[in-house]
Design a protein around this ligand. Structure first.
Ligand SMILES: Cc1ncc(C[n+]2csc(CCOP(=O)(O)OP(=O)(O)O)c2C)c(N)n1
Length: 634
């Protein structure tokens, strides 16, 4: 589409401007908005297919509802680019997900149009219910609340807790189910089958039309008998509709399915629904990637594709043709298959991230032994607990920040059961452009206090393999291995397996002026910092603890006997992780030393590249170098 065809967008800075446009021109607005998303995301990468799929819904919602007075809550929020562009952020949109730029997700601190800060899935119904109840308590009877939730996000228990509670409160709430039959990977599970059934086999629609036909006949019966039949009518409606519709059974009024790409029809339906009180659900059928052919065809890849040529759909590669080190997730994905071939107890589990975690490799090669359980981290962990209770050895891969969802399950359903489960905690540390909701910085802190749990973090890809090999030995209990987002540094990573004794760290370098103690792959930044220091004639020792728990106390005694200046480095919250562990050790053993803890401070870190964020937190190589130099020279 030529730039001039986007002209209509120039007239829209916010939803009030949108409302000035005649209904007959809304399709033009949709085309222009879609093209704007394609233009922008092709050169400044981010989430893609999901926003294309809700263009019409976005336009219709802002056209009909009185945002920001009415509350519009997006679930996950990766589909809200059109919303951002229509709500006063078109001019900033080129900074999307960049350091100091706008967030890739709705964020309350960024705009009054973003009713709720999101990033993790399935929060929309509960949050919107809270808003609807608050509006009711405040006497704001004209205030409307809408939650937009995908069929993937709807698979989570949290979404159902919200629906259940909304019905109990008879809240004035509209839930829009954006059903594109996809999560990032194809959506899975019983709910998905049910939604397909409702849409395609028309079980529900048939029953619904049968009921209405029958009621039409009742209308023609004489006035005397009519009263009796009215009671029957209500009863039948209740029984037949509720029996055939999950949402009606939960006391929601169900509308749809409707074509989510017909903006004119959506506007009409939303205008009607605006005036219907109580909990109601509109089932919208959409296509992920709508309007950009490659994205419609390969929806998983185009969920978040990187830079691309907007005319051809060709992906723009980095240009570096030399052999590249693998992503940590791929080392996990390939190694779990290798180990599972040798150990028939091993089972793979992912909550809706087959591609993101690379468990898809095992799902393809060993479909009976690898499970995508839907966006259901709590269930994933308890499911692992159940498998382990029967002697299986689950390798449950979960992103660090999503693992927060499954904390009680980790404690109650795994650690307390004394069973063998390996947690492969992906995206540990600062993750970059996804920002505050996705940084995996709390796992060290929230795991360290759990009894019966081994906590490890590999320095590099080879160690990740070896830790996975170690964790699947007999009776290792609950065992967490956390690794960062992105690539390591070792190209030749497929080395023979080696046991890494539990609770043993390693000395990487000798030195006598200061010791750096690190854990995990961030140790490579520390190593780079020491290279700089050595060039200037400084002598700095480097220790990699490898296991946070049990910590290598013998090694710590050696370190503290030799050094009185210590820096700890971790890609994690400064509270409760490695630095805290070392300080507890010092306190318990009466050591005094000057210690500086480097990690994520006790404040929210937003988005940017990983390197920019490491720098902001002072633990990129320059930050470590400067801290070390200052301590040595103090
Ligand atoms: C708690 C949690 N787990 C996993 C994710 C990762 N994630 C982001 S989007 C997504 C798929 C969402 O599917 P759906 O709700 O159907 O939206 P669509 O992308 O299809 O529009 C997943 C699994 C997340 N954001 N939050």
């Amino acid at each position: 589409m030529a730039a001039s065809d986007k002209k209509i967008l120039d007239t829209i800075n916010n939803p009030n401007d949108l409302k000035q446009i005649p209904e007959s021109e809304l399709m033009d607005v949709c085309s222009a908005l879609r093209q704007e998303i394609i233009d922008q995301v092709s050169c400044n990468p981010g989430h893609f297919g999901a926003s294309l799929g809700v263009v019409e819904l976005t336009v219709a919602l802002h056209y009909v509802f009185n945002t920001p007075y009415d509350n519009l809550v997006w679930d996950v929020g990766h589909q809200a680019y059109g919303h951002k562009i229509l709500t006063e952020r078109r001019n900033q949109f080129h900074t999307n997900r960049q350091y100091k730029g706008i967030s890739g997700f709705p964020n309350r601190n960024e705009s009054e149009y973003d009713a709720f800060t999101v990033g993790h899935s399935s929060t929309s119904v509960s949050a919107a219910l809270g808003m609807a109840v608050a509006a009711h308590l405040n006497g704001e009877t004209d205030k409307k609340t809408v939650a937009v939730i995908g069929d993937g996000a709807m698979t989570a228990g949290l979404a159902f807790e919200g629906l259940n509670n909304a019905a109990a409160n008879n809240a004035d709430l509209l839930v829009i189910l954006n059903d594109n039959n996809m999560a990032i990977d194809p959506n899975v599970g019983g709910l998905n089958n049910y939604l397909l059934d409702i849409t395609t086999s028309q079980t529900y629609n048939k029953v619904k039309s049968d009921v209405w036909r029958l009621l039409g006949k009742i209308d023609k019966i004489t006035p005397n008998t009519r009263r009796i039949f009215q009671k029957v009518e209500n009863g039948m409606k209740t029984i037949l509709l509720k029996q055939s519709n999950l949402f009606e059974a939960l006391n929601f009024r169900y509308f749809g399915p409707v074509d989510g790409h017909d903006v004119d029809h959506l506007v009409k339906v939303l205008k009607d629904l605006r005036n219907i009180p109580g909990p109601k659900l509109l089932h919208c059928i959409t296509k992920k990637g709508k309007g950009f052919e490659p994205a419609e065809k390969n929806q998983t890849f185009w969920h978040a594709p990187g830079k691309f040529n907007k005319d051809t759909g060709e992906i723009i590669q980095s240009g570096n043709t030399s052999p590249q080190p693998p992503k940590f997730q791929d080392v996990f994905g390939e190694t779990v298959v290798e180990l599972a071939k040798q150990n028939d107890k091993i089972i793979g589990i992912t909550p809706a991230m087959p591609t993101g975690s690379s468990l898809n490799i095992m799902m393809e090669k060993m479909p009976d032994r690898a499970f995508d359980v839907g966006i259901a981290e709590q269930h994933a962990v308890t499911f692992a607990g159940g498998l382990a209770a029967q002697g299986k050895l689950p390798f449950c891969t979960i992103y660090s920040s999503f693992m927060q969802r499954a904390y009680d399950q980790l404690i109650h359903d795994v650690a307390l059961q004394n069973v063998n489960v390996v947690f492969c905690i992906d995206r540990g540390g600062l993750v970059g452009a996804d920002g505050a909701t996705h940084h995996g910085i709390f796992d060290f802190s929230y795991m360290r206090c759990v009894p019966n749990l081994t906590i490890a973090a590999p320095l590099n890809e080879i160690e990740l393999r070896n830790l996975m090999f170690t964790a699947q030995q007999k009776d290792m209990g609950a065992f967490s291995i956390r690794y960062p987002r992105g690539k390591g540094r070792i190209v030749d990573w497929k080395q023979p397996f080696e046991l890494l004794p539990v609770g043993k760290g390693q000395q990487l370098r000798n030195g006598n002026q200061l010791a750096i103690i690190s854990i995990g792959a961030i140790g490579m930044e520390a190593s780079d910092a020491i290279d700089l220091l050595e060039k200037e004639g400084y002598s700095v020792a480097h220790y990699d603890m490898r296991y946070l728990k049990p910590i290598d106390e013998a090694l710590l005694h050696t370190i503290f006997k030799q050094h009185d200046k210590i820096i700890t480095v971790e890609d994690a919250s400064i509270i409760g992780g490695l630095g805290t562990t070392i300080q507890e050790f010092m306190c318990d053993n009466g050591y005094t030393a000057k210690i500086k803890r480097l990690g994520v401070p006790d404040s929210w870190v937003e988005h940017g590249t990983q390197q920019e964020l490491y720098q902001e937190c002072g633990y990129d190589k320059t930050g470590i170098y400067q801290t070390a130099k200052a301590m040595i020279n103090a």
